[in-house]
Design a protein around this ligand. Structure first.
Ligand code: 6PG
Length: 468
């Protein structure tokens, strides 16, 4: 009999999703042009509801119609190449589901392109890494509703569950699924960066060794910071190196890599005018870290300008600072989604998004429960920071964020994402900002006009100047 679903790309993620689907009773045909990957899938399972092919025509012929073909291949040109291979051998009403981290604008173009042939293209974000794919990821599908409905029962079955609720839901029209996954990754970048900044503070201001840092993160993971990223961070500080006597963390080069999803988030946030400074700072911090040679050279030329202060910070304050940073970052990401929802006409539901991020994904965290409840109480909430519950929480921990940053600055320790988080909330909660001066300057040099506080309309002034 024919298979219900197809999967192209049998790397770790694709393979694990196939096994997950099969475990939940769905029949799946896997295809990879690399025979080794096909054989690996075969060697991993005896499940009779899995097929494995290295011939694309046989693969396509093995599928039930309308065909639902999932892709787990690297984002970019390879997705287009696979689409071109499939297009002549599949039919109207078939569905291609891109499960990779594709750029949302590419996804929209592919939707439009394939629709000319009556083929539906679904952009679907999957988060949770290898283990998530195998045992329950968070899944963010978007696009054509009818195409989504062909997937829904299977997605609900294979997704992570929180209190029995699947961590997947229809996100919205067009490229909504990939957009939400992109913002998920932007938030992921900022959370990771802020955790790294607190590591720097714990190591260089508090003078803690790896074992002690492990204990700190383990404790934090039992409290309000409870989250996947804090949990793995705690584990990382216990890992011994196989190749030396040292702890592994001390042998890993301090140059962070990135595949682009964080930068995409910042770029679109800038384009649509929704500030995400904590994410922007995290992207820049990774890039700065990668400039290792320049940094080493500069370290020998530029003075370390510590101002001689003694440390005045405790672990509890650093925990509160990180918690504040996390909440402020979720606030920026969710506000971006709210704005993108109108700009890109996705019709997103913020409560649903907070809900499906509670489990399975990399940014899952206990605080998402509170965030979800904030949207439950106030579905049109513009920014979670002003919701009843979260404003109370933030007001309690903001002084600690400030104190942590002041100490870091005094010790010449860069904390760009934590600081950007503080600046974001300081600006957001300012009834007055010095932007009147910016407007005056714009009008001065470019006659760009300004509004007044006391009269309606736009104004231009002939400014007094001696500048020739
Ligand atoms: C996830 C992750 C996943 C991937 C990151 C890594 O949600 O499971 O986000 O998609 O590991 O995209 O991104 P970088 O290589 O850019 O750090």
């Amino acid at each position: 009999s024919l298979y219900q679903y197809g999967m192209i790309g049998l790397g770790t993620m694709g393979c694990n999703l196939v096994l997950n689907m099969s475990d939940h009773g769905f029949s799946v045909a896997g295809y990879d042009k690399n025979t080794e990957q096909v054989n690996r899938l075969k060697s991993l399972t005896n499940n009779s509801n899995i097929g494995a092919f290295d011939n694309i025509n046989q693969f396509v012929a093995s599928l039930n119609t309308p065909r639902v073909i999932m892709l787990l291949v690297p984002a970019g040109k390879i997705v287009d190449a696979v689409i071109e291979t499939l297009k002549p051998i599949i039919s109207k009403d078939d569905v291609i589901v891109d499960c990779g981290n594709s750029y949302f604008a590419d996804t929209q173009n592919r939707i439009d392109y394939l629709l000319k042939d009556g083929i539906h293209f679904v952009g679907l974000g999957v988060s949770g890494g290898e283990t998530g794919a195998r045992f329950g990821p968070s899944i963010m599908p978007g696009g054509d509703v009818k195409a989504y409905e062909l997937l829904a029962p299977m997605l609900n079955a294979i997704a992570a569950k929180v209190n029995g609720t699947p961590c997947t839901a229809y996100m919205g029209k067009g490229a909504a699924g990939h957009y939400v996954k992109m913002v998920h990754n932007g938030i992921e970048y900022a959370l990771m960066q802020m955790i790294a900044e607190t590591y720097h503070v714990l190591k260089n201001i508090c003078g803690l060794n790896n074992k002690a840092i492990h204990e700190v993160f383990s404790e934090w993971n039992k409290g309000k910071l409870q989250s996947f990223l804090i949990e793995i961070t705690a584990a990382i500080f216990l890992q011994e190196d196989d190749l030396s006597e040292a702890m592994l963390i001390d042998k890993i080069a301090d140059t962070a890599h990135q595949k682009g999803t964080g930068a995409w988030t910042s770029k679109d946030a800038m384009t649509i005018g929704s500030p995400t400074p904590s994410i922007d700072a995290a992207v820049a911090a990774r890039t700065l870290s990668s400039m290792k040679n320049e940094r080493v050279k500069a370290a020998s030329i530029l003075a370390t300008t510590t101002n001689g202060s003694t440390a005045n910070i405790n672990i509890q304050q650093i925990e509160d600072a990180l918690y504040a940073g996390f909440l402020i970052t979720y606030a920026q990401g969710l506000a971006l989604l709210q704005n993108a929802s109108s700009t890109h006409a996705y019709d997103l539901n913020l409560k649903t998004i907070a809900s499906i991020w509670r489990g399975g994904c990399i940014i899952r965290a206990a605080m998402l429960e509170t965030i979800m409840q904030a949207y439950e109480q106030e579905p049109t909430l513009q920014n979670i920071l002003v919701s009843n519950h979260i404003s109370t929480e933030i007001n309690k921990v903001l002084p600690s964020l400030r104190d942590t940053i002041v100490n870091a600055i005094n010790f010449s320790i860069p904390t760009p994402s934590l600081t950007a988080s503080l600046h974001y909330i300081d600006a957001y909660k300012s009834a007055w900002l010095p932007a009147n001066l910016i407007q005056a300057q714009r009008d001065f040099f470019g006659a760009h006009t300004y509004e007044r506080t006391d009269k309606e309309g736009t104004f231009h002034t002939k400014w007094h100047t001696n500048i020739q």
